[in-house]
Write a protein that binds this ligand. Structure first.
Ligand code: AVJ
Length: 323
């Protein structure tokens, strides 16, 4: 087992957060990138979101994988699985099991920002699968994709990017990112991409504003991250959770709305930020897809749609694309 880390305290997380906050809070329309939701507490809140009755993506994607993993392995002949944002690899085991049944399982490459997750998953999977080799990468997939090891000759690679996280990218950066994934693939290799699908806006909005208030707490948690990491003084009770579906762009936005006029200090940056009454700070976009839009994004990135798997209600899709 190999685990390589490309993050270190100063070149990685902290400086990236400070730069993002300085950019995002001095813009005319305030914005923070969603990746800063996921400190330890945010990761726990996200896991709880996935269990809420209104939040359909996680359980739907899992059901599609369970139904179609054997077909995915048959279609791709996968010997190697590279997983971007591997986390606890809960859904991964469904794919690895199918590869094992097909007799093709050779190597798993988990890629995640959280070092402990990569190490724990690597150790657990080595125990669970005989003859599996694991090469873990600790990094930020927006910066370190080129550190993924070259495929060993004869391997059929599948790069999995699950959960619908591709939806967090704006359209231009989404295509840039897909192009960088395409560069990791040899002809005949595949991308397995999880995407949420366009549907009744009421269903989407409920998924991002659950009755138990878990998503609202997750949204506000980014302010707690800023308070701790950048010595800011956000009052979490002075911001309301907002989630609305933008039909033109086909994405959901989460925002935090200031309930009053207020000035917030971000002391580590020497920054004072003014919020007007009801002014909103955008914290996430999560794009929803149609088959046509996926085909266009893939084509613009040098990829071709090979197969698409969805649930009976057409809520979510797993798309296989090849170079
Ligand atoms: C992890 C980006 C797929 O957009 O649905 C869940 C994050 N935000 N609820 C999503 C999220 C609010 C999630 N992704």
């Amino acid at each position: 087992m190999v685990v390589e880390s490309f993050l270190d305290g100063t070149s990685g997380g902290e400086r990236a957060l400070a730069d993002d906050v300085l950019d995002g809070l001095t813009r005319p329309f305030k914005e923070l990138p969603p990746k800063h939701f996921y400190d330890a507490h945010g990761a726990v809140l996200f896991d709880r979101i996935c269990e809420q009755p209104e939040y359909y993506p996680t359980r739907t994607e899992r059901a599609i994988l369970q139904a179609d993993a054997d077909a995915i392995v048959a279609e791709t002949g996968a010997t190697e699985l590279v997983e971007l944002g591997s986390g606890t690899a809960a859904k991964t085991r469904v794919l690895l099991d199918a590869m094992e049944r097909a007799g093709t399982l050779r190597r798993y490459v988990p890629f995640d920002v959280t070092e402990s997750m990569v190490r724990d998953v690597a150790a657990a999977l080595l125990d669970e699968y005989a003859d599996l080799s694991v090469h873990g990468i600790v990094g930020d997939f927006e910066r370190h994709l080129d550190r993924v090891p070259a495929p060993t000759p004869g391997d059929r690679r599948v790069v999995a990017f699950l959960g619908g996280t591709i939806g967090n990218f704006t359209p231009g950066s989404r295509r840039r990112f897909l192009r960088r994934i395409a560069a990791m693939l040899a002809p005949g290799d595949h991308l397995l991409l999880g995407t949420d699908l366009v549907k009744d806006p009421a269903v989407i909005e409920a998924a991002y504003d659950d009755a138990a208030g878990v998503t609202a707490a997750f949204n506000r948690n980014v302010l707690r991250v800023l308070n701790r990491e950048l010595d800011a003084d956000f009052d979490l009770d002075a911001f309301e959770h907002v989630a609305f579906y933008d039909r033109e762009h086909e994405w959901i936005e989460m925002r935090l709305r200031s309930v009053r006029q207020q000035t917030v200090a971000v002391r580590a940056l020497g920054l004072e930020v003014e919020f007007a009454p009801r002014e909103e700070l955008r914290t996430e976009i999560s794009a929803k897809f149609t088959r046509e839009r996926l085909i266009a994004d893939l084509a613009a990135s040098g990829l071709e749609l090979a197969e698409q798997y969805t649930d009976p209600d057409g809520l979510f899709a797993l798309t296989l694309a090849r170079r």
